[in-house]
Design a protein around this ligand. Structure first.
Ligand SMILES: O=C(O)CCC(=O)C(=O)O
Length: 289
C-alpha cells in the first residue's frame, strides 16, 4: 500500500474508533471522592481477608477486584476465544454502593440499559501499571463496555502492539484521554475490531477504573468446584499438575485442541509432547471423563 492509501486507511480507522466511543462527565466532585473512599474500603477488606479468594487478583503494579463474575484471561499461548467465566458464586456480589450510586444513576442518564450490568471489575493501578493490548472477549462480554476513571487522569490507547521482556509498546493509532471522572463507553468498532490497552507511561499516579459490563447468559464457563475437585483427584493420581481454575482451563483447552487435531489417545505419547509435557495427562484425563 502506498503512503497516500495508508494515510486514508488510517484516517478511516480513526473515524471508526471515534464514532464508537462516548465519554460523559456525570458525577460531581463529591461523588467521585465517595467512589474513591469506597474503593479504598474494598482494598482494606481484601487485606483483612473479608473478600472471597477469587474476588482478588494481585499483580505487580495492578490489582483487580471482581464482583458478580470473574473470567480467565486469554493468553498468547491459547489465543483469542480461550477465556472462560469462573464457576458461579466464586467471587463476591456487586457491592450495593456500586449499584445504588453508580449503576442506577447511569441507567437514569440513559448511559446504561436497565438490568444490564452483572459484572463489575475494579482495576487499581500504581504508577507504571498497565493492561496489555486486548479486545474484551466477545464470547464473554456484551457491548457496550462502560468504565469510570478515578483518582487520576490517564489514557486508553488503541491499536498498540506490546513486546515483552522488556515491556515495550508501539505508538498507538489513537490515544484517548481518560480524565478522572470520565465515564467511557466502548461499542462497535472500538470494542470489537481494534485492541485497547493502558500503557505504563500513561499511569503516572495511582489510578483506578470501575468496569461495568454484562456477561452473556451463554458465556462459556469453567467447570464447577465439584468438577474441578474431581479432576484434582484424577490428576493427582497421574502426577504433577497445579490446578487452579486458570491452569485447569488452559489444560482443558489444550486437550480439546489436540483432540480436534485428530490425535488418538494411544498415539499422543511423544508425538504431541509440548514444552510443558502435558501429553501424558491428556490420555488419562479423557479416559476418566
Ligand atoms: O483501565 C482502563 O481504563 C481499561 C481497563 C481494561 O481495558 C480492562 O480491564 O479490560
Amino acid at each position: 500500500m502506498n503512503l497516500y492509501n495508508q494515510n486514508v486507511e488510517k484516517k478511516n480507522i480513526l473515524e471508526k474508533i471515534e464514532q464508537s466511543i462516548r465519554q460523559y462527565f456525570v458525577f460531581p466532585e463529591q461523588k467521585l471522592k465517595n467512589f474513591e473512599i469506597n474503593i479504598d474500603e474494598i482494598i482494606k477488606k481484601a487485606a483483612n481477608g473479608q473478600l472471597k479468594e477469587y474476588t482478588i487478583d494481585c499483580r505487580p503494579l495492578r490489582n483487580k477486584y471482581f464482583f458478580g463474575e470473574r473470567y480467565t484471561y486469554g493468553s498468547r499461548e491459547n489465543g483469542l476465544g480461550s477465556e472462560r467465566l469462573y464457576p458461579k458464586d466464586t467471587v463476591d456480589r456487586i457491592p450495593n454502593w456500586i449499584t445504588n450510586s453508580l449503576i442506577n444513576p447511569l441507567i437514569e442518564a440513559k448511559i446504561l440499559p436497565k438490568n444490564y450490568v452483572n459484572s463489575v471489575v475494579i482495576n487499581d493501578y500504581q504508577p507504571g501499571g498497565c493492561i496489555v493490548s486486548h479486545i474484551d472477549p466477545p464470547q464473554i462480554f456484551d457491548r457496550p463496555i462502560i468504565s469510570l476513571s478515578l483518582f487520576s487522569d490517564s489514557a486508553l490507547c488503541f491499536g498498540c502492539k506490546f513486546q515483552y521482556k522488556p515491556l515495550r509498546c508501539s505508538t498507538p493509532l489513537l490515544r484517548l484521554d481518560m480524565p478522572r471522572g470520565a465515564v467511557t463507553s466502548l461499542s462497535g468498532f472500538a470494542a470489537n475490531e481494534i485492541t485497547h490497552c493502558v500503557r505504563p507511561e500513561d499511569v503516572t499516579q495511582r489510578r483506578a477504573v470501575i468496569m461495568l459490563r454484562r456477561v452473556h447468559n451463554c458465556a462459556p464457563r469453567l467447570p464447577t468446584e465439584n468438577q474441578i475437585s474431581n479432576s484434582h483427584k484424577i490428576f493427582k493420581k497421574i502426577g504433577s499438575v497445579v490446578l487452579n481454575p486458570e491452569e485447569f482451563s488452559k489444560l482443558h483447552l489444550n486437550l480439546l485442541k489436540w483432540q480436534n487435531e485428530g490425535n488418538s489417545f494411544g498415539r499422543i505419547g511423544k508425538r504431541n509432547k509440548n514444552k510443558r509435557n502435558f501429553t501424558r495427562y491428556t490420555a488419562n484425563y479423557y479416559k476418566m471423563v
